[in-house]
Design a protein around this ligand. Sequence first.
Ligand code: UD1
Length: 336
Amino acid sequence: MVVLLTGGTGFIGSHTAVELVQAGHEVVLIDNYVNSHPDVADRVGHIVGRPVTSLQIDLLDRAGLEAVFAQHRIDGVIHFAGLKAVGESVARPLAYYHNNLTATINLLEAMTAAGVKKLVFSSSATVYRADNPVPYREDYPVGATNPYGWTKVMIEQILRDLVAAEPDWSVMLLRYFNPIGAHPSGVIGEDPNGIPNNLVPFVAQVAAGRLPRVRVFGDDYDTPDGTGVRDYIHVMDLALGHRLALERLDRPGVETYNLGTGAGSSVRQVVAAYQRACGRELPTVVAPRRAGDLPSVYADPSKAAAGLGFRARRGLDEMCADSWRWQCRADGWTVD
Ligand code: UD1
């Protein structure tokens, strides 16, 4: 297939591009580079051994988007692009609703005009309401506690409504748990702007000496060691999940899948795994709970196993080792 990846130079987009090309698909990456760099496409090309097509396009630019569909014979789309910082979304709700929703509607209209009706959408475990018991199952009720989360809930609904009206569309809603790690080459990885909000990018910068200590947001949760538990999934496993979903877009309708491992790890377990990866003790301090955080979030991965044949294979140590290799290369160090 020729696959258009919106947000194609971002963290998950770039790893999915590698997975798709190595499985024999062609990719067209588009991105506005608001949270990524154009040279990521060169790095993807370096890994796969040939150049990949990459264009600077903002999804709010309808004409630019239509030109992409006119110039490339696109078979399907994976829609990663979107603003994704929870705290920023609370401070700038209109920017989040405008950007994420308008971009998606522009994309769906451009796809309709071009006769492309196969779509994989980047959703999130954040769509599960906080009062659901773990592990989260796809049939649980959805809701959100911040504008970022609401954009995911709303886009899922827009897509369900579209499929109800036009049953020849094929749509996969993929709800990611906590993607971490990097390509094992260390050539691509997560590259957040400024001080990271998420745990593993933060720990990586402590390990690199760029930040002084890891702050553990609460150690009095009702979890085995008192710290927050999440379902971390290696970004290359997540990339595989996207390919499997894409290859099943031959059946019309909308399907929803969790992409997680089904296993939870605590903040302390993540820090311990990262210490094993980088080979030294990392300073940590217990800080107050972060507003809005839940004690424990992990997936029931059985529907993705049955419907997509998807199983995450890589464990926490491999995730941290790959993250650390990428962090070292990004800082110009050598490792191994
Ligand atoms: C966060 C977002 C979620 C988003 C996901 C993307 C919030 C509230 N939720 O999920 O919407 O889809 O990222 O990956 O921001 N922690 C620390 N110290 C830190 C950072 C985090 O102890 O410096 C803890 C948190 O309390 C949590 C765990 O580490 O228990 C994971 O946090 P994080 O990586 O930010 O992910 P989520 O909060 O699960």
